[in-house]
Structure formats: C-alpha cells, structure tokens
Design a protein around this ligand. Sequence first.
Ligand code: ATP
Length: 192
Amino acid sequence: MAGIGVFGGTFNPPHLGHQRLVRRFADRLSLSEVLIIPTYIPPHKRANELASSGERLEMCRLMFSGDSRFRVSSIEIDRGGKSYTYDTLKELKRIYPDDRLYLIVGSDMLRSFCSWHRPDDILKLCTVCAAARDGGGVPPNISHKVIFDDMEPLLISSTAIREMAGKNGDITGLVGEAVAGYISQRGLYAQG
Ligand code: ATP
C-alpha cells in the first residue's frame, strides 16, 4: 500500500512555502506521489489579481517539476464548479483504491476544517497532514486523524507575492526563477 499526498490550493501563484510543505510530508511519510491540485475558479471571477486556471496550472508545473514524486493534476479544473475537497478525495479513492491518501494543508486551514463540506467523510477517506503556518493547533475533535509537523513556518503568502509583483518588486526569492520569469513575461498581477 503506497501513500499518496494530495495538496490543493488556489496557487495564485504557487510559492516556495508550498513546495517546502509538501516536500516535508513527502519525505517524512515516504510518499510515492504527491498530487498538486489547483482549485477551479470560474472565469467570471477573473480579475487583475487572479491568474487563469491555465496559468495557475502552468505555474504549478514550473514550481513542482524538479521532484519526480510531484505531479500537477487538473482534476478540479477539469471538473469545474465548486471544488470540494470531499469530491476530489472520493474521485482519487476510485483511481487509487489500494493506496492511502494524505491530505496536506497549512495549519491555518485546520481552524475552519469543521465547516468544510462533509468534514467527517473527508476524515474517513484520508489522513490530514498539517504544518507550517501560524495560528493553529489541531482542534481536539479531529486530532486522531491529523499528523502535525511543527516545522518552522516560512512566512510567505501568495497575497504578499501578488502585491510585490504588482509593484515590480523582485519575487524570485519567494517563487524561484521559473515562476518569477513566467509572471513577469505574462504581466500577471500587474497593477493599473
Ligand atoms: P493567499 O495569500 O492568496 O490566500 P496562500 O499563500 O495561502 O494564498 P493557497 O494557494 O491559498 O496559498 O494555499 C494552499 C495551501 O498551502 C493551504 O493549505 C495553505 O495553508 C498552505 N500554505 C500557503 N502558504 C504556506 C506557507 N508559507 N507555508 C506552509 N503552508 C502554506
């Protein structure tokens, strides 16, 4: 039975904090594969500060291409509509019936976990792995299904990167050269 990591996000854009988080759990749990899954965002929500689904997919490929365990998946973008983690896990369980699924999240996500769509069913489908963001311990009622890693947080957010890119700041140290080059080439997050 192999372990498969599942890491979802807006990835607008993906950054080195994301990469560090998944690498930590891939190493710690000897995961054979980690699926990086950008969430679907309806086209009418597009704005200056929101890259398209295709652009976010491409940036994820650039960010996660250096490690053969990582694979970018368009499963939520292809499905369209609201991207519920429960639906994604159910679909992945069909594809990987014999494997164990590990849902990787920043620890800030645990605060709202109980208000997600079907949290109890999510916990039946996977083990949650959380680390590396401020503001959250593990809520006691789900602690039996959570692996917590107290790695030092990298204080990076996509929001801060978009702001910096909008002011023509150098974001290479936060997203790496490939993603920084892509953002600047396409003029993503440019203001005004
Ligand atoms: P935004 O600033 O636009 O809200 P974000 O930086 O939080 O974006 P998301 O794509 O929303 O990035 O996050 C995807 C996942 O990565 C979430 O589980 C989030 O908690 C986690 N995450 C984001 N930034 C970090 C970080 N610096 N360290 C660890 N985990 C992170």
